[in-house]
Design a protein around this ligand. Structure first.
Ligand code: SAM
Ligand code: SF4
Ligand code: SF4
Length: 371
């Protein structure tokens, strides 16, 4: 144990799980209204002056990285709605020790990577609507990877599902990602019975055409999914059976390469790969190393957590990094969360949080937590 003022460099929680990755939700606003995430007509938003500035986010990310976090993901709401997001990307790279001097893309002396950067992977999850305008600047700012959420390839269904925007915009965004030189593009598809479960093969074939790996996500009963029911969940096993009926034998490929990531990966006979995130029927809490921070700086230990630790208050009252580290480590060491596993054990499972409770506390919403 390396000690920095008595704080272990790698924090372990009560079940021995390390703190390895951080999801930062940069806004609770969204330009879509997906029926599995934001099905209501009205929402209570976080106050604008409560939202962390880029400087505050970069500082917090730096503190998390000093505790062993080496993978960051920007999410939301829709992260690309946050103005000038590429500036934050550059700042996070710098906080992670990747570039000394000017961030890439800015004028001035060439950027210089440090010998052992703390940040190993900087990724973004987006609905893709605004990607065609932003993909290149994000790449130039040092973003490593992009995951685009795309649940259907049919324009009419897209409209029904997302209630705003258009499929065409997402497809243009995917083209821009490729043109900007990103590799390892992923497409996340939430599969809902009776809605898009007839598109499994189409989505895999589409992914093949655009050079992306598709990951099918089981419909989860997270806060905000007020129309969730177990009947609409298509489990991992069923998805694999259906795909095997079309493609023939499917081989497991092991878990995602970048740490204890949730997607189980599979290969088709012709070598194509895809993933399934089986959070609902086969949760992976036992290996979960993921911390979350909401747009207003609430530190959450689990996607299902009812409460969090207010890091914004600590940052804004001027606490030094050491105090922030202690706050984070203390919370993590007491972490016993295994939300999805606990939900699995329930009988008569329904939506996690009633609409009235979501209105009273928007921190319980998936679009605030970032998925
Ligand atoms: N707006 C961005 C997007 O859609 O990619 C980022 C935020 S969104 C909350 C992050 C991920 O959560 C998306 O891939 C979305 O499909 C997923 N998600 C939202 N609600 C879900 C639910 N009820 N079950 C499973 N996945 C869900
Ligand atoms: Fe918005 Fe993403 Fe939620 Fe859809 S899944 S409503 S795009 S935050
Ligand atoms: Fe991690 Fe909580 Fe999700 Fe389980 S439910 S995998 S502990 S975030």
């Amino acid at each position: 144990m390396s000690l920095q003022s008595g704080i272990p460099a790698a924090a372990l929680d009560a079940f021995g799980r390390s703190l390895g990755s951080l999801r930062v939700s940069v806004t609770d606003r969204c330009n879509l209204r997906c029926r599995y995430c934001m099905p209501e007509e009205e929402y209570v938003w976080l106050e604008r002056d409560e939202i962390l500035t880029f400087e505050e986010i970069a500082r917090l990310a730096g503190v998390f990285m000093s505790l062993g976090v080496d993978r960051l993901r920007l999410t939301g709401g829709e992260p690309l709605l946050r103005r000038d997001l590429s500036r934050l990307v550059a700042m996070l790279n710098e906080a992670g020790g990747r570039f000394r001097g000017n961030p890439p893309g800015e004028k001035g002396p060439a950027s210089e990577p440090l010998a052992a950067p703390r940040l190993r992977d900087l990724a973004l999850t987006t609905n893709g609507l605004l990607l065609s305008a932003q993909a290149r600047t994000l790449r130039e700012a040092g973003l490593d990877r992009i995951t685009v959420s795309l649940d259907t390839l049919r324009p009419d269904r897209f409209r029904q599902l997302a209630r705003r925007g258009a499929l065409e915009q997402v497809l243009e965004g995917l083209g821009a990602v490729r043109d900007a030189g990103f590799s390892r593009l992923k497409i996340n598809s939430v599969i809902i019975r009776g809605f898009n479960d007839d598109e499994l093969v189409d989505l895999i074939e589409f992914g093949r055409r655009v050079g992306a790996e598709v990951r099918f996500i089981e419909y989860m009963d997270v806060g905000g999914a007020t129309q969730w029911s177990i009947e609409q969940v298509v489990g991992c096993r069923e998805m694999l059976q259906r795909l095997a009926a079309h493609y023939g034998a499917i081989e497991p490929f092991g878990r995602n390469g970048s740490g204890p990531a949730p997607a189980d990966r599979f290969t088709l006979a012709d070598g194509a790969t895809f993933g399934v995130i089986a959070s609902t029927t086969e949760p992976f809490c036992a290996h979960c190393d993921r911390a979350r921070v909401t747009p207003d700086g609430l530190f959450l230990l689990c996607l299902y957590a009812r409460r969090g630790v207010d890091l914004k208050a600590a940052v804004r009252r001027g606490d030094p990094d050491e105090a922030l580290r202690a706050l984070i480590v203390n919370a993590w060491q007491g972490r016993r969360d295994r939300g999805a596993e606990e939900r699995l054990a329930l009988r008569g499972r329904g939506p996690l949080v009633p609409v009235e409770a979501l209105r009273q506390d928007p921190h319980l919403e998936m679009h605030t937590r970032g998925g």
